[in-house]
Structure formats: C-alpha cells, structure tokens
Design a protein around this ligand. Structure first.
Ligand code: SF4
Ligand code: SF4
Length: 376
C-alpha cells in the first residue's frame, strides 16, 4: 500500500460493530451522529463497517451519520464481503451494489474479504476467484485498497499471502493477552505480516471490552503507574505502539468510551519500556484466571432458535470466575434471562452458533457449564 496512504491513516479507527442502541435494538442515531462529530473533530477519519453489522443497519447508519454529513474526501470507509451470505458466487455483485446503495459512499477506501478462515469462507473466497474480483473493482475505481480480515491459523495466513502477495492490507485480532495464546496465536500472525511489510488493521484490541476491567488486585498494577488512565487505554496503547500498525479499531458504543479513547489518542504516547514490563505483569496475573474467550462480536446470536444471548451469558460466567464471591454475576445472568427467556439450559445443541463463531468456541459445552452454575 502506498506509504502516503498509510501515513495518512489515524491511529484510532471507529469500529461500527457495537454502535449505541436504543431499547428494541435500533441504532441510536442522535448519539451516533454526536460520536461521529466528536471523532472527526479530533482529526480522525477512519470508519470500519461490514455487511452483517447490526443486521445490515450499520452500513445504513454510515450513510446517515457520516456520508450525508461530511464531504466524501474527508473520511476513509471500509466495508467487507461476507462469504457466508453468498448462496452462489454471483451474489457478491448484488451484495457489493447493495453496500454502495446502503452507504451512499460511491466507493470504498478499503474493501475486505470478511473473516478469512479455514473452511467455508476460505473456500468461497479462493474458489470463487474473489481476489481477482477485488482487483477488477479496484481498477474500476470502486475500491481504493483491498485485503481481508482474518480469523484463521498462521499457516493459512502464510498460504493466502503466498497466493496473493499484493494485498494492500490485512485486518487481524491483536492484543497483549492473546499474543502467545495457543488458539489465537496473534503474535505469530503479527510477525508474518511484519515480515512481509503488509500494513495491519487491528481489531479486538480490548477483546470486546474484556480487557477494559480486571480484578482490583490486577488493576492496581496499572493504576499505580497512571492513576488517571483507564484499563482499556493500556490495551490500546500496547497495539498502537507496535510498528506496522495502520490503525487500531475500537468498537465504541457510548460517547464516554469515545472520550476515553480520544484521551489516549489525542496526544498519543507509546508505551515506555517500564510500561511494557507492567503489561507483561498484568498479562501473567490475568492469564492465571481462565476465561471464555468470547469477543462479543454477536455473530452467533441472530440464528439461535432459542434467542440465547450467548455473549452476555459468557460475560456473566467470566465475571463469576474473576469475582467468585461477588453476587453481581448471578444478578447479571438473571437480568439477561429475565422471565426465563434464553436460559443457557434452553440450548438445543443445533450447532448453528458454533458454525458462526470466529473464535471457534465450544459454545454448547460452555452453555451446559453455565446452566449448572447459574440455574442449579
Ligand atoms: S446450539 Fe444452542 S445456543 Fe447455539 S444456536 Fe443452537 S440453540 Fe442456540
Ligand atoms: S460466542 Fe463467538 S460468535 Fe458468539 S459473540 Fe462470542 S466470539 Fe462472537
């Protein structure tokens, strides 16, 4: 990718997967418009959406909150092609044109093959010649840069890049907790991209909020060094301090989260060597407590016939692991299953959720454990 584009990218990107919502689940447009204005006013201008986010409403919200309100050349917009929404390969044209219509953007600055991973998605993108299709779109001026977002193994990443060395950019999950995680292996993925000098878009830098708070005994390690800095800010500074990072996406859901992020990025300070040591110390402490590694992406939720709010039940369970004597986890579980709706024990083991989960979690087994813990 041209160096000048890379250097023009802001360190903080606005991820549009977890937008503010009103009761009933619709996007809170006044709140979103306010957040877009605050973000743009801070001199930042990179927005990341995708076809399925908020059941398609994220791309439409981009039009209302951004495209209709700002000159097109003042911001960069990314969206993605979803393999799992295509019944046949020709569907990609209809999806692409629907995305242009939804966003009103005219063109996409970045267009990614969504969730490249072993299995169906890789086969659809590869067998369907999607990289050649992306090149055609680029030549036609409908996209400026292309690449893929990635949820697979380092071995698959090497293979895809061997076959398609001219991708402009790759989006990966990256955070300090998962750097050596034997399932995520995100440190290995980072090194592969660095070796090939491919700019990196970072997703899940705070693991869907899971790294925004820890046990008070762990948090005090960070608080002693920077009393006014949020716990999430350490995770953002960690990834943004790494070489080769084009932008760090944060899925901001409230003006408060945005303000905290802007505090970190307005006058960005890379981690010092002493702060890197503190991050290692926190990592060691946190990893002593096993957790369900859900990033709250919600890909599993739409198709669940029992309307089980899987990520929220996982959050309740993880909280109970971190705070074993605290009643808040049980209360949270009760709130999420009010009136007996969507209980973990209602799971039919149909497996739909596990097919959708980019983290390859054994969801049904976790739900059994959760039912035993909270419903006994
Ligand atoms: S396996 Fe259970 S949780 Fe998953 S989609 Fe089916 S019913 Fe829902
Ligand atoms: S269980 Fe998997 S698909 Fe569902 S929200 Fe968590 S990470 Fe996403």
């Amino acid at each position: 990718m041209e160096q000048k584009v890379l250097s023009a990218m802001p360190k903080l990107g606005f991820g549009m997967m977890r937008l503010p919502v009103v009761e009933g689940g619709d996007i809170d447009m006044p709140a979103l418009c306010q957040m877009v204005d605050t973000y743009m006013a801070a001199g930042l201008n990179y927005f990341d959406t995708a076809y399925p986010y908020h059941q398609g409403r994220s791309e439409r919200a981009v039009k209302t909150a951004l495209v209709d309100r700002y000159p097109r050349e003042t911001f960069m917009l990314t969206t993605k092609l979803p393999a799992w929404q295509m019944k046949k390969i020709e569907d990609r044209e209809a999806i692409f044109h629907e995305q242009l219509e939804r966003t009103g953007a005219g063109y996409f600055d970045f267009y990614l093959l969504h969730a490249m991973e072993e299995g169906n998605n890789y086969e659809v993108y590869e067998k369907g010649g999607c990289f050649d299709w992306l090149k055609e779109k680029k030549a036609a001026g409908l996209i400026r840069h292309y690449g893929f977002s990635f949820h697979g193994s380092p071995e698959l990443l090497e293979k895809v890049l061997d076959d398609h060395p001219d991708v402009d950019v790759v989006q990966i999950q990256l955070n300090y907790l998962d750097w050596e995680n034997p399932v995520r292996r995100c440190g290995e993925q980072y090194e592969i991209l660095r070796k090939r000098n491919i700019p990196i878009l970072v997703m899940e830098p705070v693991k869907g909020g899971a790294m925004a708070s820890f046990h008070p005994d762990v948090e005090k390690i960070f608080k002693a060094a920077r009393p006014d800095a949020s716990i999430a800010s350490w995770a953002l500074r960690f990834v943004a301090s790494l070489p080769g990072i084009a932008t760090v996406l944060s899925g901001m859901s409230t003006p408060e989260q945005m303000e905290d992020n802007l505090k970190t990025f307005r006058h960005f300070e890379p981690l010092t060597d002493e702060e890197k040591r503190l991050v290692e110390q926190v990592k060691k402490e946190v990893l002593n407590v096993p957790q369900i590694e859900c990033t709250a992406c919600r890909y599993c939720c739409d198709g669940c016939p029992m309307h089980i709010n899987i990520p929220e039940l996982f959050k309740a369970y993880n909280t109970s692991l971190l705070y074993p004597t605290d009643v808040r986890a049980k209360r949270y579980y009760n709130d999420m299953t009010a009136g007996g709706a969507g209980l973990a024990s209602a799971c039919l083991h149909c497996g739909q959720c596990e097919e959708m989960c980019p983290q390859h979690l054994n969801i049904t087994s976790y739900l059994e454990t959760i039912a035993q813990k909270f419903e006994a």
